[in-house]
Design a binder for this molecule. Sequence first.
Ligand code: FA5
Ligand code: MG
Length: 472
Amino acid sequence: MSCRICKPRGGGRGYINLFGKIGYCNNFIKSNFHNFIDVNRKNFTTGNLKSNDAKDEASFTITSDTIRIDGQSFPVDDFTNVTPNILSKIKRQLHLHQSHPISILRNLIETQLNDFRHFNSFSPIVSTRQNFDDLGFPIDHVGRNKTDSYYINRSVMLRTHTSAHQLQILSAGENKFLVSADVYRRDEIDSNHYPVFHQMEGVQVFDVAEAKEQVSCDITKIGQFNSACVLISNEADTDTSTNNQKNPIQFCHPVEAANSVGLHLKHTLNELVKRLFKDEKELKVRWIDAYFPFTSPSWEMEVLYQGKWLEICGCGVILQDLMNKAVRPNEIGWAFGLGLERIAMVLFDIPDIRLFWSNDPRFLDQFTTNEIKKFKPFSKYPASTRDISFWVDNNKGFHENNFCELVRSIAGDLVEDAKMIDEFVHPISKRRSLCYRIIYRSMDRNVTNEEINQIQLDVQKEVQTQLGVILR
Ligand code: FA5
Ligand code: MG
């Protein structure tokens, strides 16, 4: 499945297109904003939400006009859509907890790519400029929508990807670096998607004039590893030629330099993946063409996991415009962004992305620094399924991410999956009706029917007040 950062310009269900009227946006955010305080009231004492672990305490306050996070104040505006639930995650930093699978994996990759410099503690609060403008995201890119990203206000947001730090590090003159961090996205709900996850950015830079020599020398150094996992070659794997109109080499790049850098990127990732998955018998890995606003050509890497192709990485040759902004016009580079949870799910056999956030010792105590151990499920608790059907107001529009965000803010980690199972347009009124199936399941205990009934009642009430739908 492709992710939104790789969607071409204007390709999605744009917030502005859908909702049209600015007035509605304001009201939507106001009601949304009040709601997230209401919905989380149980946890929301004098504006501070605390997690179980004192050192992970998230220190923030939200009032109707200001958000304070760790002593920094931000004015609230019509773009504000961060929730207490999301802000409570910014201190967890799973990638820095030594014996957590995300950190074990980070460490492992850093050991493989041992001559890359690491940056692991950048704040998740970035400007929209860092996250989008610096990287050349078009103004109508779907990733900028409030339905897709978490905004503190119009100009400050929670980063949606580690690429947000590329320009600052390139500008500082670094040639080979890795950035690991938590990233935040409003997204669908299933076992592979969570609104907070971790990425590792990798960048390597070469001189344009010497790229071919530098690459061939480096490829020999990296070598070829014999692995149990299988790399499937396809068109995208071999075709880096200028003939690939859909995924072109940049005009300004000498063909030989661009091809060498593309080859080096793929070799680096192939070798990394072969080494990471060395014990995964016949795990299939493939390359496909992709699109990112800040690379060309661009690719994605996928692994066949539980019968489906799971995307683990996006990458490409950095747009020269970005190199020029970093005042490095005579250099050419590649960049990748790995999804750490997705790789860790395969390596550690972790069946559900929510488990990474568990504080249950039966999960955490299974892992040891520097070791890849398969997770032993402690038990699978029964699921509780509820359907919800509603008419959507054609004028106000409806975005699935708003629905998912609302369900998550009420049910927290008890929601495992939410999928639309039916869509129907009334032949006369042309009103649209949707039916969603929500699966609730706890990772660490049995849930009661009463508890899920109450959650479902809250969901029913809030979808009406916040999303303006009419229950059927
Ligand atoms: C990006 O975020 C780009 N910044 C990657 C990149 C970097 C491209 C450098 C070019 C150069 P994408 O949205 O595809 O791309 O996300 C990258 C990876 O993050 C995905 O391949 C996937 O493994 C992981 N990922 C994306 N969304 C989620 C999610 N909701 N939950 C868990 N992992 C996710
Ligand atoms: Mg993607």
